[in-house]
Write a protein that binds this ligand. Structure first.
Ligand SMILES: Cc1cc2nc3c(=O)[nH]c(=O)nc-3n(C[C@H](O)[C@H](O)[C@H](O)COP(=O)(O)OP(=O)(O)OC[C@H]3O[C@@H](n4cnc5c(N)ncnc54)[C@H](O)[C@@H]3O)c2cc1C
Length: 253
C-alpha cells in the first residue's frame, strides 16, 4: 500500500520484537501474570492485545493473542495467561517459560475494543473467566487517570478460587469511587452469596448493568459462547449494537 492510499500516513508494519520474561505472579491455581520486557515498546491503550509467538528448535511456530493487562510502563508489559489444559502455547507460558528466556511479541493490536480515559459515558464491563484481563486494564487506566467515569464490572467465574486479581479488585471496589464489582459463580459460590450458581442471565445484566437509556459503553470479553450470550442480552435490553463491544477469547471451556 502506498502513502497516498493511506491518506498521506505511512502505516508502520507491526513487526515481531523479542521479549523476555522478567517476573511471574501467581493469580489463581491456573492463571499467572507475566511481566515482560520488550525493548522499544511503543505504548498501548487499555483493551489492546499482543500476539505471542513461540518457535521450537525444529523451526515450528505457534502464535496466540494475549491482552495487555497493565497500563503503559516504559518497555514493560503485563499479560495474564490462563492455562488451557492440553493447550499448545498457554502451558508453555505458565509452566515452562523461564526468566530471561525470549519469546516474540507483536503489537499492540486492536483499535475498537479500547477505552480511553477521555470518554465520559458510563461503562459496563462484563467478563467471563480470563476475559477479565483487558477489562482490568480499563479499570486500572481509569484509576491512573483519576477518571470519575462510572464503571460497573460483572465478573463471571466458576468458583471463588478462580477470581483473577481478587485482592486488587477488593481494594479497588472499596477505594475507587464510582467502581462497582459484582461476581457471578457458575459452579460453586462462596458462603453467604445470595442465590444458586448459574450462568449469566438477563436478570444479572439487568440488575447489575446500566439502563440502556444512559447510553453506556459496554465491553464484553470471555469465551465465545459467553460473549455471544451477553451481547444478545444487552441488545435485547435496548443497548445499541455499536455501543456493545466484544472480544472473544476462544471456545467455551
Ligand atoms: C484478542 C484475544 C485476546 C486474548 N487474551 C487472552 C488473555 O489475556 N489471557 C488468556 O489466558 N487468553 C487470552 N486469549 C486466548 C489465547 O489466545 C489462547 O486461545 C489460549 O491461551 C489457548 O491457547 P493454547 O495454545 O494454550 O491452546 P490451543 O492449543 O489453541 O487449544 C487447546 C484446546 O483448548 C481449546 N481452547 C482454545 N482456546 C481456549 C480458550 N480461550 N478457552 C478455553 N478453551 C480454549 C481449543 O479448542 C483446544 O481444544 C485471547 C484470545 C484473543 C483472540
Amino acid at each position: 500500500m502506498t502513502a497516498a492510499a493511506t491518506g498521506g500516513r505511512v502505516a508502520a508494519p507491526l513487526g515481531w520484537r523479542v521479549a523476555r520474561l522478567v517476573q511471574r505472579r501467581v493469580e489463581t491455581p491456573t492463571a499467572q501474570t507475566l511481566l515482560l520486557s520488550v525493548p522499544d515498546w511503543p505504548g498501548h491503550l487499555p483493551g489492546q492485545h499482543v500476539d505471542v509467538r513461540l518457535t521450537a528448535p525444529d523451526g515450528y511456530q505457534a502464535a496466540r493473542s494475549y491482552s495487555l493487562a497493565g497500563p503503559v510502563d516504559g518497555d514493560r508489559i503485563e499479560l495474564t495467561v490462563q492455562r488451557v489444559p492440553d493447550g499448545e502455547v498457554s502451558p508453555y507460558l505458565t509452566d515452562v517459560w523461564a526468566e530471561g528466556d525470549p519469546v516474540e511479541v507483536r503489537g499492540p493490536v486492536g483499535g475498537w475494543f479500547v477505552w480511553r480515559p477521555a470518554q465520559t459515558a458510563p461503562v459496563l464491563l462484563v467478563a467471563g473467566g480470563s476475559g477479565v484481563v483487558p477489562l482490568m486494564a480499563m479499570v486500572r487506566a481509569r484509576r491512573a487517570a483519576g477518571s470519575r467515569t462510572p464503571f460497573r464490572l460483572i465478573y463471571s467465574v466458576r468458583t471463588p478460587a478462580d477470581v483473577i486479581y481478587a485482592d486488587e479488585l477488593r481494594v479497588r471496589a472499596r477505594d475507587d469511587l464510582g467502581l462497582d464489582v459484582t461476581y457471578l459463580y457458575t459452579r460453586e459460590a462462596p458462603d453467604g452469596w445470595r442465590g444458586e450458581p448459574h450462568r449469566v442471565g438477563l436478570a444479572d445484566v439487568n440488575t447489575h448493568g446500566w439502563p440502556a437509556e444512559l447510553e453506556p459503553l459496554c465491553y464484553v470479553c470471555g469465551p465465545t459462547g459467553f460473549v455471544e450470550t451477553v451481547a444478545d442480552l444487552l441488545v435485547g435490553l435496548g443497548h445499541q449494537t455499536r455501543r456493545v463491544r466484544t472480544e472473544r477469547f476462544g471456545p467455551t471451556g
